[in-house]
Design a binder for this molecule. Structure first.
Ligand SMILES: [Fe+2]
Ligand SMILES: [Fe+2]
Length: 267
């Protein structure tokens, strides 16, 4: 069994194959992790945003498109995919923790160091173990079809950490649309803020904070937790009333709709 890292594009089933697409994303991830390691605390912020935009849609599409196929075609697919789902879960929890840790603090740097280690482990598990096993069972034509399904899913997937949402269908699929709308709005506002929004900076910060809260509230809706394995399950914070979670989720979606309408009116 040869690692995907040691195979040519032709051996992986061509450029459209899901294995070639995965490998090129993993190379981009490695480049971003190196940039992160060379960055000052302030410089880390835009690099982390680029990292989230690559990592979360990539992993979401694995969880909703690829791992269900691995569970169907491999007798030990359940065990293999659970291991990477646990790694993805840890990435989601670490990034959510980063939202509350002070820039430059020892705790924040420790969380970033662990994040880098888990992401590297995840790539090794996929390229050395999971994908060569998938390659043994699935012909090149089907790897190309899977590549298309994975790519389409990745383009409409959430771009931020969502530790409460199920790592498996149907919960993660149900969560995709509302969370993707909120996350991609956060991406645009954060990018504007990091470019320097002058006097508008505090308004942008307040809006992204509200969107972050709304996204984390949506995660608590029971439909989005369906299908979860107990080992990747995070219980809702105690005392958090479901009605309040739903209300702030709806408020978040309304806020996004209002922002989009305003932007359209201006253009
Ligand atoms: Fe991957
Ligand atoms: Fe992964």
């Amino acid at each position: 069994m040869r690692s995907v890292a040691d195979q040519s594009v032709a051996e992986l089933g061509g450029r459209m194959s899901v294995l070639s697409r995965q490998k090129s994303d993993h190379i981009e991830l490695d480049r971003l992790l190196q940039r992160l390691g060379e960055s000052t605390h302030e410089e880390q912020l835009p690099v982390l945003l680029d990292l989230y935009r690559l990592v979360f849609p990539h992993a979401f599409a694995e969880e909703s498109v690829l791992w269900p196929v691995m569970r169907r075609v491999l007798p030990d697919g359940g065990e293999l995919t659970l291991q990477v789902e646990q790694e993805h879960q840890e990435v989601n929890e670490l990034v959510t923790r980063l939202e509350d840790l002070e820039l430059g603090s020892v705790e924040r740097q420790a969380a970033i160091d662990r994040l880098v280690d888990v992401l590297r482990e995840d790539v090794r598990d996929e390229e050395d173990e999971l994908f060569p096993r998938l390659q043994e069972r699935v012909p090149a034509g089907r790897l190309r079809l899977l590549g298309l399904a994975w790519e389409v899913t990745r383009r409409i997937a959430p771009t931020r950490a969502h530790p409460i949402v199920a790592r498996r269908p149907p919960g993660n699929v149900i969560a995709a649309l509302p969370l993707s709308v909120l996350d991609r709005s956060r991406d645009r506002l954060d990018a504007l803020r990091l470019r320097g929004a002058g006097r508008g900076e505090s308004a942008l910060l307040a809006t992204t904070t509200a969107l972050t809260r709304a996204a984390h509230s949506i995660e608590h809706l029971p439909a989005m937790r369906r299908g979860e394995d107990s080992s990747t399950r995070v219980d809702p914070r105690p005392g958090r009333p479901r009605a309040a979670a739903s209300a702030s989720a709806i408020a978040g979606v309304l806020l996004v709709v209002a922002l989009v309408r305003r932007a359209r009116q201006r253009s």
